[in-house]
Design a protein. Structure first.
Ligand code: ADP
Ligand code: MG
Length: 305
């Protein structure tokens, strides 16, 4: 029995360079693990390769090097073991909310009867608060509702792992908060294993057990793993009062502002790809006041482009 539910080993993805030179690695030597039931967020600047990693985990893209082992088997091609929520909702526009979910449920359980399928669709639409919108087509739904249908669809196939690519990025702050709360509840109830890309450090601190910090590309890698020691259950309206909140938040923002540039395409001379990245188990240092004021001047949510 593998110790980890998901193991990513020395992963690299190269694309041909524009001028016909040697292929350029978007990222390389990417190593990390996810335990069963763990909620892992990945943060890094735009273009560092987060979506590419998620697509490789989904089996929708192939790595140039390295491998992904999930639940004891190598990931090779897409599978209903993994539910994906893309940044755009990716719903079929000619189908109602219910039919969009049903399409996935039928693929997962081709032999299920009408009553079973109806029950599963109703249960997952209710879970995301869309009981009343089952018969509406995507064009009749708000952005937040469409995104919820996407989440219901991913959950309805009861995947071993949920892969979320900035699923709330396009939503207004209020809707984002509501869906974050729903996701927290669902994960607490089901013990779902999640890999989620976000550019919102506050979202990562609210949701994640572990936050992977990805350096800038080319040649990006997982530079640090921050273990989020804020106790659960967490509430969006109260976590900022926890004394650990700002130290963790400052650590993440400092990474994005400066340390994310420290890695280059050429690994440092002493870099050992088999050595796990630096793990920061919670953070205990107190935040210097000056950092806090810099953050405030940058805006309350410190989001990336
Ligand atoms: P992120 O999700 O972190 O913003 P992506 O994974 O979407 O980043 O992309 C990482 C990098 O890979 C980008 O610089 C992008 O231009 C490059 N890239 C992605 N797909 C291709 C492709 N098919 N051909 C060439 N370059 C690509
Ligand atoms: Mg992306």
């Amino acid at each position: 029995m593998e110790k980890y539910f998901l193991k990513v080993e020395d992963l690299a993805r190269r694309f041909p360079s524009a001028r016909g030179g040697p292929p350029l690695p978007v990222f390389e030597h990417v190593n990390f693990t996810i335990e069963r039931g763990e909620f892992v967020c990945i943060i890094g600047h735009s273009g560092c390769g987060k979506s590419t990693i998620l697509n490789i985990l989904a089996g929708l893209d192939e790595a140039s090097d390295g491998l992904v082992i999930m639940d004891g088997r190598e990931v090779a091609g897409p599978s209903l073991d993994r539910g994906v929520v893309f940044q755009g909702h990716a719903l079929m526009p000619w189908l109602t909310a219910k039919k969009n979910v049903e399409f996935a449920v039928r693929s997962r359980w081709p032999d299920a009867g009408r009553a079973t399928i109806d029950e599963i669709c109703a249960r997952y639409l209710a879970l995301v608060g869309l009981e009343g919108a089952a018969d509406k087509k995507p064009a009749e739904l708000s952005g937040g509702m469409k995104q919820r249908v996407g989440i219901a669809r991913a959950f309805a196939i009861e995947p071993k792992m949920l892969l979320l690519d900035e699923p709330f990025g396009a939503l207004d702050a209020l809707t984002r908060g509501v869906i974050q709360d729903e996701l927290l509840k669902i994960c607490a109830a089901t013990g779902q294993t999640v890999f989620m890309i976000t550019h919102d450090v506050d979202e990562a601190i609210l949701l994640a057990d572990k936050i992977l910090l990805m350096s800038n590309g080319p040649g990006a890698r997982i530079a640090e793993v921050v273990v989020n020691t804020l106790p659960r259950p967490r509430s969006r309206n109260a976590i900022h009062r926890d004394p650990q909140y700002y130290p963790i938040r400052n650590h993440l923002v400092d990474f994005l502002v400066s340390r994310s540039k420290d890695f280059t395409a050429k690994p440092p001379a002493d870099y050992d790809p088999l050595r796990p990245p630096l793990v920061t188990p919670g953070l205990t240092d107190t935040a210097p006041a000056i950092q806090t004021s810099i953050l405030q001047s940058q805006g309350a949510t410190a989001r990336l482009a």
